[in-house]
Ligand binder design. Structure first.
Ligand SMILES: Nc1nc2c(ncn2[C@@H]2O[C@H](COP(=O)(O)OP(=O)(O)OP(=O)(O)O)[C@@H](O)[C@H]2O)c(=O)[nH]1
Ligand SMILES: [Mg+2]
Length: 224
């Protein structure tokens, strides 16, 4: 958003974007500090609606819960469906945030949810962001890494259409590889686009229904 004020000397732009961003960074830094104090390794799992974020989280929780105290914060505009989907997989605590219309989580919402988490016994936290490839790009949560889940059904050119999201990614899970052929998507294109945009960025092909690739995601995040 850009905001202007007319003065006798002319029009001046009020730097609202920068103020908001600076405030967000401050709040993210506070979360980072909180995670450090509590010994929590936190991960933002972002991606389009239906890309497979919850499925990936459920798979990771199942694999980690015998060795780690895992917490999950699921973000959605409405419902507790995602929290329900993850419950029973072995997480120590699962919370759902409903944003009530906002298209992303932010550091403040995560901080409020953290207040409801047990103060000890959680060392890995997965935060599922609201499903879309736009708004979450601009909001840092203060986490260790952001995993962007993108699925074959999102089309061949999904990466180049959403540069900000993939610029903010620390790892990409290219999910639903099992249906690429059926939806006529050539997965070599998103892989090539990512290599051009973010040389060296780790990309893991996954099938969250069968679990293929989830161990590799965990390995890339140094979890296990
Ligand atoms: N074929 C196939 N289906 C998958 C895969 N991963 C997830 N799904 C299915 O895709 C649908 C959406 O998966 P979710 O994990 O709920 O996706 P999400 O990104 O959490 O969705 P939202 O939270 O609604 O944005 C479900 O029906 C899953 O069973 C996969 O690798 N292959
Ligand atoms: Mg989900």
């Amino acid at each position: 958003m850009r905001l202007f004020e007319a003065t006798e000397e002319g029009t001046v732009e009020i730097k609202i974007d920068e103020d908001i961003r600076a405030r967000q960074e401050e709040l993210a830094e506070r979360n980072r500090e909180l995670f450090r104090e509590r010994g929590i390794r936190a991960f933002d799992i972002a991606g389009s609606v239906g890309a497979g974020k919850t499925s990936l989280i459920a798979g990771m929780v199942e694999r980690l819960s015998d060795k780690h105290g895992v917490g999950v914060i699921a973000g959605d505009v409405a419902t507790t469906r995602d929290a329900e989907q993850v419950t029973g997989k072995g997480a120590r605590k699962v919370l759902q945030i409903n944003t009530g219309g906002m298209c992303r989580l932010d550091a403040r919402l995560v901080c409020r949810a953290l207040e409801q988490m047990p103060e000890s016994g959680i060392d890995v936290l997965f935060i599922e962001n609201v499903g879309n490839l736009i708004c979450p790009s601009y909001f840092s949560l203060g986490v260790e890494a952001r995993v962007v889940v993108v699925s074959a059904s999102e089309g061949t050119h999904v990466i180049e259409k959403h540069p900000a999201m993939f610029e903010s990614a620390d790892l990409v899970a290219l999910n639903k590889i099992d249906i690429a052929e059926a939806v006529q998507v050539d997965l070599s294109q998103p892989v090539a686009d990512l290599a051009a945009m973010r040389p060296g960025l780790k990309v893991v092909k996954t099938n969250c229904l069968t679990g293929d690739g989830i161990d590799e995601v965990l390995g890339a995040l140094r979890l296990g």
